[in-house]
Design a protein around this ligand. Structure first.
Ligand SMILES: [Fe+2]
Ligand SMILES: [Fe+2]
Length: 199
């Protein structure tokens, strides 16, 4: 079954700057996503996106919220409508006249699956954070002290170990780093301390 979206244009440029309020986004999140593990994943990716927008892109609060919102909602339809991932959330955001940059980032968070190339920095970082965030979280769950004392070396070892979190595509991680022009080391070092605050 293919999740290819069959298009590369999303939303409407007249809607640039239109976002959900945090309360609106959270109510959608809570209504659509029931699986607590998936919720943690989405909250972690949202936080990483916000941190990157603030620290690396130097965006203001409104810009940071766009990045965070893309992370918060990127898997919103995965739990209840996996065969419609990520078509359903995209159509929902389009019908609510949400900023096309947010919709595009969500549409390109898995280029192999959805057939949409990550183009903007927001697109590329969502793709880069997505799978690596999950792998690092899985690693924290097998450590006696979770994120405490976790370092690059240990995390990298898990990435190399193909049987660990085997569902996480190593090819996607490598591809995402290349596209975002960031080394795996830098990406891991960015993720560990920030993700540790969202459990
Ligand atoms: Fe996804
Ligand atoms: Fe995800």
């Amino acid at each position: 079954m293919s999740l290819h979206l069959g298009r590369t244009q999303f939303g409407n440029t007249n809607n640039i700057g239109n976002v959900f309020s945090r309360a609106e986004a959270e109510s959608l999140f809570n209504e659509w996503v029931l699986n607590p593990k998936l919720k943690v994943h989405m909250l972690q990716v949202a936080h990483l996106m916000k941190c990157w927008a603030a620290e690396k892109e130097l965006l203001d609060d409104a810009g940071q919220w766009k990045w965070e919102m893309a992370g918060l909602l990127h898997d919103a339809d995965w739990d209840q409508w996996p065969t419609l991932h990520c078509k359903k959330i995209i159509e929902h955001l389009e019908s609510n006249n949400i900023d096309p940059e947010i919709i595009r980032a969500i549409a390109s968070h898995g280029p192999i699956h959805f057939g949409v190339e990550p183009e903007t920095n927001m697109d590329k970082m969502l793709y880069a954070f997505d799978e690596l965030s999950g792998l690092i979280h899985a690693y924290s769950l097998m450590r006696p002290n979770g994120y405490e004392g976790m370092d690059l070396k240990g995390a990298k070892k898990r990435v190399k170990e193909k049987t660990f979190a085997a569902n996480v595509s190593r090819e996607d991680i490598q591809d995402a780093c290349q596209r975002a022009n960031i080394s795996l080391d830098d990406l891991i070092n960015f993720i560990i301390p920030r993700q540790a605050t969202v459990l």
